[in-house]
Design a protein around this ligand. Sequence first.
Ligand code: FNR
Length: 186
Amino acid sequence: KSYQVSVLVGSLRKDSVNRKAAKVLARLAPSNLKFQFLEIGDLPFFNEDLEAGETPAEWLRFREELSASDAVLFVTPEYNRSVPAVLKNAIDVGSRPYGESSWAKKPAAVVTVSPSGIGGFGANHHLRQSLVFLDMPVLQQPEAYIGGGWDMFDEQGDIKSDDTRAFFKSIIDAFGDWIERTATTS
Ligand code: FNR
């Protein structure tokens, strides 16, 4: 059975190590997982006044893309020990209108990549706090707080170390198993 996995990267910068990591995870994944990277940088800031009027087209597009997917992979940096605002905004946009969340029940995995040895632990767990409320079953093991992100990739965006690549593979394989066990769509 094949599954559509939406990928949300919590960094907008061109050379983002989190985006590189997300691409590697997609490449190493079991072949029944199909990935689509969702654009979150163009979503207008969530504002309840905008809900009352005509819904922004970017919000509608994002919600439709999410609703059409079976699972969600979050790959994000840590900003000030928490989730970057652009990703939190996407979470809020996808959670509305009230009672019509596009996130509900979709299996998720959270990967954080940082130059620091702490590996984005703070952002990883702040994100998990929201995912509890959004009723998303989140992969628990292996935990993916990935440090040393600035030295991890070669010019082509491949992982330099075989051990690190094997760890990435173990994450995405575990997520594939998790999706098979918990997906409620398709
Ligand atoms: C950071 N960075 C950072 N790193 C970390 O491990 N913990 C943190 O709390 C923060 N805080 C933080 C705040 C802000 C505003 C910025 C811009 C950066 C550093 C961050 O991990 C580093 O820039 C990463 O390379 C960002 O990820 P991408 O863009 O490479 O994917």
